[in-house]
Design a protein around this ligand. Structure first.
Ligand code: ARG
Length: 579
């Protein structure tokens, strides 16, 4: 519809543009948006305002000229001028119905694949080895995964990159401690309590000189490729990722083993990268370290900030790894878009890395590097979300609590579900609620973790949307052999619902472009509200309703259910026939 209106406007303007005072660029950028208020029709364009300058005319006059010249079209029932010169278009109700019917028949619900697919690396989740995933990891994991699903659905080639922290000097200590534990227990050990493991390893390192000497030699041996150290290191990585995979599976996150591309992957590239930066005159030696100075980043004294890429002891840094990582993603993986889902505090780190890569030619203007930052997770008191004793909250504990809370909430409901189905319902609501709480807010802001809010069946929550879906499915069970039929838009609530349904594709695209899943959440929430309103205003199965209307309204129910299922699916949230 937008396309149709854009073309109509373009045709009209061309006939007004005899002296070519309007640039082709303007003609190619005619904007048509959906209106927020139905009083303003269904679509509006600000083109008349854009043309006021080149045509040296009053925008309202231009709007009138455009309207007078617009070819008639069956999709449009009325065109009006509003305010300073907006042109409002009222869609023909029949064409709304036809478009919706086409959408209902389309397995993709009108969401076309992009015409030029990108190769997109999505860097997300990225927990650290020998540490348990903490609740804050859910942000990168869940938001990143929703964007991955959307980008893939839109037909792009998406490479999931789980940039785990699996390298660094701490591994000497961790290997030495793993060895000690294995010697003590004889059999394979269960590393379920990483926190204690890390703490104890550090304690040994700080208090036992013999242990510390061994730990330091293990770092050197690991970096030199020593087989024993490699094996022990691999054990640590595997034990950690086996635990994390359980959380991914539980959360319905699409990450798996094959997506692990941790820091260690780039280790062999580091010496070459540093040498290359030196040869290109980008890096220089400074007191034994190798440093890159970038004029755009200044320290407090106003001097260029030095970024160490190799320490004077020969060690490399997080920055060096990320530089090599970009080179790999651009040259080997052929990425033309790289999204980083990390906390907003990594902004400067990434900007530094990008600036160095640009100078070194590891990236170029055809590659879009995007930081998709998110804010902190706060407790209800507005302070960082911590356990009562002030420790980090484990993700596993949060998921357990979500399930037990949902179980308690549903306990006194009467239900015909089998025990097995009940388990599924509890799982879906609990995981949906936790994930949606993270997804539905603009990720750039801090957010308050609030159980009561996220588990509510009212408001912008997963349980509310899941309930809207189940409710529609219940209508179909009740309808028995009445089937959805031809759509006829006869009242306002139907028209509002239909227009919203037709905007699904735009909502999905906006998530792909801006990496902001909250845009899809908002869309689905508004859709559910409009559905509830429609359902109250327009009875579907009541005896007094004639068959044609019943079938039309059932069709509206059907498209709504499909959009809810698909939309929530893109967010990684399951729906249920009954709950
Ligand atoms: N492991 C890091 C952390 O826990 C996040 C890694 C983000 N990705 C990257 N390419 N630097 O903070």
């Amino acid at each position: 519809m937008k396309q149709i209106i854009e073309n109509l406007i373009r045709e009209s303007i061309s006939s007004l543009n005899k002296d070519n005072s309007i640039s082709p660029e303007l003609l190619n950028n005619i904007r048509v948006d959906r209106t927020k208020d139905r009083a303003h029709g269904d679509f509006a364009s600000n083109i008349a305002m854009m043309l006021a300058k080149p045509l040296k005319k009053n925008p309202r006059q231009i709007a009138q000229d455009i309207i007078d010249n617009i070819p008639s079209d069956s999709h449009i029932s009325k065109i009006e001028i509003a305010g300073p010169g907006f042109i409002n278009f009222f869609a023909n109700k029949d064409s709304i119905a036809t478009a919706l019917e086409a959408m209902n028949k389309d397995a993709r619900l009108g969401v076309k694949e992009v015409s030029n697919p990108d190769t997109i690396v999505v860097d997300y989740s990225a927990p650290n080895v020998a540490k348990e995933m903490a609740v804050h990891h859910i942000r990168s994991t869940v938001i990143g995964d929703a964007v991955v699903r959307v980008l893939e659905f839109l037909g792009n080639k998406v490479i999931r990159a789980n940039h785990i922290g699996d390298w660094g000097t701490q591994f000497g200590m961790l290997i030495a401690y793993l060895e000690k534990k294995e010697n003590e227990s004889g059999v394979g050990m269960d590393l379920s309590d990483f926190e204690a493991f890390y703490r104890e390893a550090k304690e040994c390192y700080d208090t036992d000189e013999e242990f510390a000497v061994k730990a330091r030699s293990y770092v050197v041996q690991l970096q030199g490729g020593d087989e024993y150290c490699r094996t022990m290191w691999k054990k640590l990585v595997t034990m950690t990722m086996v635990q994390n995979q359980k959380l991914y599976d539980r959360l319905d996150v699409t990450l798996s083993d094959k997506d692990i591309m941790g820091e260690s992957l780039y280790n062999d590239m580091l010496p070459g990268v540093v040498e290359d930066l030196m040869n290109k005159g980008i890096a220089q030696e400074d007191q034994g370290a190798i440093v890159v100075y970038l004029p755009q980043f200044k320290n407090k004294e106003g001097n260029p900030l030095g970024n160490i890429v190799r320490k004077n002891d020969g060690g490399y840094l997080y920055t060096t790894t990320d530089i090599a990582c970009i080179k790999y993603r651009v040259e080997k993986l052929k990425a033309n878009r790289i999204l980083y889902f990390t906390d907003s505090r990594q902004q400067q780190h990434l900007e530094t890395v990008w600036a160095i890569c640009e100078k070194a030619g590891y990236t170029n203007k055809n590659v879009s590097l995007e930081h998709c930052p998110f804010g902190m997770m706060l407790g209800k008191d507005g302070k960082p979300f911590k356990t009562r004793s002030g420790g980090t909250v484990k993700l596993r504990d949060v998921l357990d609590e979500a399930e037990s809370r949902v179980k308690a909430l549903l306990a006194d409901r009467k239900s015909t579900l089998s025990d097995e189905d009940k388990e599924t319902v509890i799982h879906n609501i609990a995981m949906g609620a936790v994930k949606y709480a993270d997804l539905c807010k603009n990720r750039t802001t801090d957010y308050i973790f609030d159980w009561d809010q996220m588990l509510s069946f009212e408001g912008n929550t997963a349980p509310y949307l899941q309930y809207a879906y189940s409710r529609i499915r219940a209508i179909f069970r009740k309808a028995e052999d009445i089937k959805p039929g031809k759509i006829i838009i006869s009242c306002e609530a139907e028209e509002d619902l239909a227009n919203k349904l037709l905007a699904f594709s735009e909502a999905v695209y906006s998530v792909g472009n801006k990496a902001l899943p909250n845009l899809l959440c908002n869309y689905l929430f508004e859709l559910s509200n409009l559905f509830m309103h429609f359902y109250e205003a327009c009875p579907v199965l009541k005896d007094s309703v004639d068959m044609e209307t019943k079938q039309s309204r059932l069709a509206l129910c059907e498209v709504t259910a499909k959009v809810l299922k698909q939309g929530l699916g893109l967010l990684g949230i399951n729906v249920m026939e009954q709950m």
